[in-house]
Design a protein around this ligand. Structure first.
Ligand code: ZN
Length: 165
């Protein structure tokens, strides 16, 4: 198997196999990147991938993931700043999912998934409270956003419920 030499900003030179490298080729060429988890410090290292790097990694057996940026995301906006209500019907804006909880709480959030790891970032707009969940074992109960804010607000949450789903 091909050995790919890269460098970690903290640890220096590292050797990787193609499956250890994530290559994202963006429709906006300057946004293409490759990433890997350093085997020494376990940090994710992400670096820009120009045309030559993309070609080199693909020739080494790295599978490229296409990333197509919608044209409207690149449009320049004129006029007043958009508000939460302007983009709410689209359920997505500025890279955030937009939602309203059953109790009327306005939130923005986004989840992530990467090789067995899951994350969730939720922000309650009224008081700018944010919850960040990083996990390597997920049963998806962490997506019960209202309950997570209930825990933070200490609203009728029984400690026994914390272990449940
Ligand atoms: Zn490192």
């Amino acid at each position: 198997m091909t050995t790919i030499k890269a460098s970690c900003p903290s640890c220096g030179d590292v050797e990787l196999t193609p499956p250890q490298v994530r290559l994202v080729v963006c429709s906006v060429k300057a946004w293409s990147y490759y990433a890997f988890t350093c085997g020494s410090c376990l940090e994710e290292v992400r670096k820009p991938a120009g045309r030559d790097v993309v070609a080199l990694l693909i020739s080494g057996g790295v599978i490229a993931e296409p990333w197509s940026v919608p044209a409207e995301a690149l449009e320049e906006h004129t006029g007043p700043a958009l508000s939460y209500d302007d983009v709410r019907d689209s359920e997505y804006g500025y890279g955030w999912r937009i939602d309203v909880l059953r109790d009327g709480t306005k939130i923005v959030y986004h989840a992530g998934l990467w090789r067995g790891y899951n994350s969730l970032y939720v922000r309650r707009l009224e008081d700018k409270t944010s919850i960040i969940v990083l996990s390597n074992k997920v049963n998806w109960s962490f997506r019960n956003i209202g309950r997570m804010f209930g825990i933070i607000d200490s609203k009728d949450i029984d400690a026994a419920e914390l272990g449940g789903n």
